[in-house]
Each structure stands twice: as structure tokens, then as C-alpha cells.
Design a protein around this ligand. Structure first.
Ligand SMILES: Cc1cc2nc3c(=O)[nH]c(=O)nc-3n(C[C@H](O)[C@H](O)[C@H](O)COP(=O)(O)O)c2cc1C
Length: 161
């Protein structure tokens, strides 16, 4: 599968606070290449999440999430949101140009090629991953003419012009 060239995405969601008077909720992000379009009518997309990852645990609890399709200048974003064993993503979002999606409450990247906000329709356990199928609720094109960040044979690549 390393020979399948893929676009790179940032999947995000907002973890709600545990209680109204407790600490505020937290933004969570995860770099993903296992993302695809599923259906046009209704508009459905799919992301495959490693079972037990923080994003898999969060989307088991709440149905709203977002996807930012990364542009090639966002390579550092992909790097920071794929680090293993991190405890909190709070500082990772601190200096990123983002806006909060109006429907999902998740952070979406201002410089992304495209962004989607989704609501989970189905979850399918598949081996050591969960396939999360989401209905697209909003779509926008912050930087539609930027070049995509891609991943091929274990390395980030810039698409040749
Ligand atoms: C290029 C790239 C693509 C990735 N694609 C996926 C993916 O599609 N699904 C997934 O679950 N993890 C994927 N990962 C791994 C996650 O980004 C990584 O495991 C996660 O951010 C670490 O958090 P965790 O400790 O909660 O798993 C990918 C990593 C990289 C570098």
C-alpha cells in the first residue's frame, strides 16, 4: 500500500468539556491518508481510524468532525499531528491559522485546499481500524488553487507542476 499515492488530511474534532463548570473542552487532530469520497447523493466520506487512537475514542463518543485537505505548505502540520504518544493537542493548535467550524465546532485549517464538516452516519469495525462514514454538512475551499501535500513510499511529496 506504500505504492498508493495519497493526499494528506488533518481530521479534527472538539472534545466537549466533562462538566459545565469543569475545564474547557479540547481540540484533537490526527493526520490521515485513509480518507475517501463514498457517495455523492447523499454526500458521504469515509476515514479509517486506528482502533484505540485518540480520534477513534473521541468519535465513538460524539458524531461531529471535520477534515482539512492539506496543501503542500502544510507539511509541518502533518508532522505534528502524527506524533505518537502525545498527551494533549492544545499547544499544537495554538499557533495554527484555524477557524472553528460552525456546525462541528472542530478546528478547520485556514490555508487548506478544502475543508469539510461531517456527522457520523455509520461506524464499521474492520480489523484493527474503525471505518467512520460521515455525511458532509459543510464544504469550503480556503485555498483551492494551492498544490496538494501527498504521501508516497513513506515520504511526503510535492506534486510536480
Ligand atoms: C502520512 C500519515 C498518514 C496517516 N494516516 C492515518 C490514517 O489514515 N488513519 C489512522 O488511524 N492513522 C493514520 N496515521 C497515524 C496517526 O496520524 C497517528 O497514529 C496519530 O496521530 C497518533 O495519535 P494516537 O497516539 O492517538 O494514535 C497516519 C500517519 C501519517 C504520518
Amino acid at each position: 500500500m506504500s505504492r498508493l499515492a495519497a493526499g494528506v488530511c488533518l481530521v479534527t474534532a472538539h472534545e466537549p468539556p466533562l462538566s459545565a463548570d469543569g475545564p474547557r473542552g479540547e481540540d484533537v487532530g490526527m493526520t490521515a491518508t485513509a480518507f475517501m469520497s463514498v457517495s455523492l447523493d447523499p454526500p458521504l466520506v469515509l476515514v479509517s481510524l486506528r482502533e484505540g487512537s485518540r480520534m477513534d475514542d473521541l468519535l465513538a463518543e460524539q458524531p461531529l468532525w471535520a477534515v482539512s485537505l492539506l496543501a503542500d505548505h502544510q507539511l509541518q502540520v502533518a508532522g505534528r499531528f502524527s506524533m505518537k504518544g502525545r498527551i494533549s493537542d492544545r499547544l499544537l493548535f495554538a499557533d495554527l491559522p484555524c477557524v472553528r467550524g460552525e456546525v462541528s465546532g472542530a478546528q478547520v485549517l485556514s490555508g487548506a485546499l478544502a475543508t469539510l464538516e461531517c456527522r457520523t452516519e455509520n461506524r464499521v469495525e474492520a480489523g484493527d481500524h474503525t471505518l467512520v462514514i460521515g455525511r458532509v454538512l459543510t464544504a469550503s475551499l480556503p485555498a483551492p488553487d494551492a498544490q496538494p501535500l501527498t504521501y508516497f513510499r513513506g515520504r511526503y511529496r510535492h506534486l510536480g507542476q
